[in-house]
Ligand binder design. Structure first.
Ligand SMILES: [Zn+2]
Length: 357
């Protein structure tokens, strides 16, 4: 927070910098003691990634989230209109999803289905648990691995994961059939420590989580994920790996980063094509998959492309799908409801894919 200018009815906010812990991309504040009935502006800036066209607010202490009206841009700043209808207001870059939300989500998922159980993927370097969910433990069925928030700021990715996982444990016939056919691991937040701190995580030191998939990873979540995914691939039972992200501000539709085609096995190429076709059929809106893909190989990141998670998974040569889903965050449909629809539709596409139909 920079300042509160009572005369101008303006709150000025510059997102906090967390040196070496990634870009300044997001922010989340609680405003209290507000003059009910007044209209103010929230002036956010100095960090271009942190200025969505519409900010996100909650008037019920985080139960539900809505977009503000679009803000007015001026240079690197944007001014959002705020109408105070209650004495306190939560305001954020996008719908927040913090470690406590991750824990609450896996608690409720595990409580809703006998074959679902929660576990901690790892202890972080700062000693925190990493809540995760497993459905179908010990079944030795094909493994589907869904993870979000290698980049801490991309809270929309956790909401996509929430939509996926709530569909997964639901009574929907296609979800039930999917659960009979596969084991699923879902990790709502990979970089717990930076989400806890409110740091961006993107391009942090010593390296980005999504450039850490090497023989010697720095981050414990990456080590733990590699171990299980690697074992499943070696046993011939890895079916799919999907890494959930939010992209740049100008992307208006969800799209996928895919491994360079030449590192896919012949069956892996055919599987990826079939999967993307199914996603196009299922992901029809409000955030629509138009078929857009980008290969992220040496041309994308000459130095570290092999250490990107989905490329590491593809290098296991298991024929599995291995993709990054980038869900647009800067559209009027980029809400909790919009994100959760993307997750549900991703689940429906995976279910069709794994059914072999
Ligand atoms: Zn990302």
């Amino acid at each position: 927070m920079e300042s509160i200018e009572v005369e101008q009815k303006r709150i000025v906010l510059n997102p906090a910098d967390h040196p070496d812990r990634g870009w300044r991309c997001w922010w989340y504040v609680k405003l209290t003691g507000l003059p009910v009935g007044e209209s103010w502006t929230l002036d956010v800036g100095d960090a271009p990634w942190a200025t969505p066209d519409q900010a996100t607010v909650s008037r019920d202490n985080g139960k539900t989230w809505q977009h503000t009206e679009p803000g007015d841009r001026e240079g690197k700043r944007i001014r959002y209109p705020l109408k105070f209808e209650s004495e306190s207001l939560l305001v954020a870059w996008g719908p927040p999803f913090v470690p406590a939300d991750g824990k609450a989500l896996v608690d409720s998922l595990a409580a809703s289905l006998a074959e679902a159980e929660e576990f901690s993927l790892c202890q972080t370097l700062e000693g925190r648990d990493t809540p995760a969910l497993r459905v179908g433990a010990g079944s030795k069925k094909p493994l589907v691995w869904i993870q979000a928030r290698q980049h801490a700021w991309e809270s929309g990715a956790s909401w996509v994961g929430k939509g996926f996982s709530e569909w997964l444990v639901s009574g929907a016939p296609e979800a039930k059939k999917f659960r009979e056919q596969v084991e699923v691991v879902f990790v709502p937040i990979m970089d717990i420590d930076n989400v806890f701190r409110g740091a961006g995580g993107k391009s942090q030191k010593p390296q980005d989580h999504n450039r850490d998939w090497t023989e010697e990873p720095h981050w414990n979540a990456v080590t733990a994920a590699q171990k299980e995914i690697g074992e499943a691939a070696a046993a011939g039972r890895l079916a799919a790996f999907v890494d959930l992200h939010n992209p740049g501000a100008t992307n208006r539709f969800p799209y996928f980063y895919v491994p360079p085609r030449e590192i896919l096995t012949p069956a892996g190429k055919a599987n990826q094509d079939r999967f993307l076709k199914l996603v196009k059929e299922k992901m029809t809106g409000p955030l629509r998959f138009t078929g857009g893909t980008i290969e992220s190989g040496a041309k994308y990141d000459r130095k570290a492309w092999k250490a990107i998670s989905k490329n590491w998974v593809a290098s296991l040569e298991s024929d599995a799908i291995s993709v990054t889903l980038e869900t647009a965050w800067n559209t009027s449909a980029s809400t909790t409801g919009g994100y959760q629809a993307v997750g549900r539709q991703l689940g429906q596409a995976l279910a069709r894919y794994c059914s072999g139909e």
